[in-house]
Design a protein around this ligand. Structure first.
Ligand code: C5P
Length: 222
């Protein structure tokens, strides 16, 4: 029997990972946060002063980057060359540069290859920007998430504040708007709804309602 892929794409800070994680837990599927991979690459580039316009430097850096997910007590950690970078990749320096790094063709090629491997034999829930369009165009279930930009900024702002980050709502709003702009207008697999993706606008939905919505779609697809 063929393994099942659930692709969840959409704008920044829509709550994709919250739905994806809940879904993976419920169905006992593997959850893959593809954004975390681009964030880890970005962190490596920042730390090593990689010039993103220098393709040779980029290629060379990619050869030295190994990304892994490690699940412990229900929490998934992101490992960059064995180091746990789960917290650091959520901070502003990475958020401010990730859309530039993820627009680079060779970076995308390397990540997509790994993502396809992760979903080759297992049942997987993967969230990102191009999962239903480029990584798994044949995914059995495709969800395209969106929400009011102001609500998205408020949610992310509270999340970062709770983690003790020194940041304003305005900065968070700007970052989200800027990433959406870069992600939808880039040349390499831009963020776009796959024709067969179901829209989920969660502006006025609870997490439970979102999970039920997606579970219903999965049930119908199986
Ligand atoms: O999902 P998250 O917001 O953490 O992703 C961070 C950034 O990584 C996005 O703004 C986008 O630039 C990039 N990304 C991507 N393709 C994916 C997942 C994320 O280009 N599949």
């Amino acid at each position: 029997k063929k393994n099942i892929i659930i692709a969840i794409d959409g704008y920044s800070s829509c709550g994709k990972s919250t739905v994806a994680k809940a879904l993976a837990n419920k169905l006992h599927y593997v959850y893959v946060d593809s954004g975390a991979m681009y964030r880890a690459v970005t962190l490596y580039f920042l730390r090593n002063n990689i010039d993103v316009t220098n393709e040779e430097q980029v290629q060379n850096a990619l050869e030295h980057i190994h990304i892994d997910f490690h699940k412990e007590e229900g929490v998934t950690h992101v490992l960059l060359n064995e180091e746990d970078v789960s917290d650091e990749i959520r901070q502003m320096p990475v958020s401010e540069n990730v859309s530039t790094v993820s627009a680079i063709k060779s970076v995308r090629q390397a990540m997509v290859k790994q993502q396809q491997k992760m979903g080759a034999r297992k049942n997987v829930v993967m969230d990102g920007r191009d999962i239903g369009t480029a990584v798994f165009p044949h995914a059995q279930v495709k969800i395209f998430m969106t929400a009011d930009p102001k609500i998205r900024a408020e949610r992310r702002y509270l999340e970062l504040k709770n983690k003790g980050e020194n940041i304003t709502l305005e900065e968070v709003f700007e970052n989200i708007a800027h990433r959406d702009y870069q992600d939808t207008t880039r040349k390499e697999s831009p963020l776009v709804r796959a024709e067969d993706a179901i829209i989920l606008d969660n502006t006025d939905m609870t997490e439970e309602q979102q999970l039920d919505f997606v579970l219903d779609k999965v049930g119908k697809a199986k």
